[in-house]
Design a protein around this ligand. Sequence first.
Ligand code: FEO
Length: 397
Amino acid sequence: MREKITEHVSWVGIRDWELRKFHGDEYSTHRGSTYNAYLVEDEKVALIDTVWAPFSKDFVKNLSQEIDLSKIDYVVINHAEIDHSGALPELMRHIPEVPIYCTAKGVGSLQGHYHESWNFQVVKTGDKLSLGSRELVFVEAPMLHWPDSMFCYLTEDNILFSNDAFGQHYASSHLYNDEVDEAELLQESLKYYANILTPFSALVTRKIHEVLGFNLPLSMICPSHGVIWRKDPAQIVHRYLEWAKGEPENQITVVYDTMWENTKRMADALVEGIQTEDPAVKVKVFNLSKSDKNDVITEVFLSKAILVGSSTINRGILTSVAGFLEEVKGLGFKNKRGGAFGSYGWSGESVKQIGEALKKAGFSVVDNGVKALWTPDEEGLNACRAYGKAFVKTISG
Ligand code: FEO
């Protein structure tokens, strides 16, 4: 079902209320998501993006109820990832000759996914496609977040179709930012940035300044997930510029996993020490085996430092901690401090291994961490409290 955005532009996407995991099992979507596709109808008709493959038939059926598919002159694929291109095979069965506008890298990705020789039209930054009284202007956005990614801008309506950038995994019956809960929207936008765009922050800053340099009027930003930025669309652009700077809040996040509660006891004592030394610092605590990893990563994104703990098992660390460390390594956080802790019974390798992994992940590790043999007694807990105090002093210094 179409929802009109302007006289000439309609949302023709899909709301996926049920989605709880995205990118396989890599990204949690507590509030579902949407796959936004847009139809621009001028003298010529352009469809911008499609939807995820499981919704192909619904998407094409809905679209065909809104417009005779043979009237679509152009398909624009801003990004070849399956959640936006997945309905192309079903759509192109109906309109096999219609040109598909995408970047050169987009052709490679689309052919790699679908093994079809569609009528690809390669575009690059500054290329324009006339639809009659309005034009689509293309802007390549490589690595935001795939090599093929691009934006396009619609003149007259002054809409930026930004694909994944500025999006949120957020299903809503409403279409616009001013109609939904502001705190939820900000949380989902931040989570999206922290978990997906963090590695590309330098490119985010550069691309935003490049687009701002065009001095284009902006009435809306239409991303490919979540709601449309209609009220003060520049607000999310400024948020992205802030987030890309990677300037943390006054927060320390403590993450751990524990076998028999001993590493947990250490975590609690560390937190006591931190709070005694610096009551102003915000501390968040997560048992990694019981927490949503993407929510934890969002807190790490906001933090100036993290403390990571694990019991020693089989001369190594617990799998939830290993997975977390692998994830933070990939995200390439900058300007963050780290420390390690953990309990052990005999060999006790975990603390050293966590410290090394944090260093590899780009964290500045403050020291060799703190260990506790078996169940920490009062003396052991005091050592943790002292470590927490020293840690917060070091990172504030
Ligand atoms: Fe929403 Fe990169 O796909």
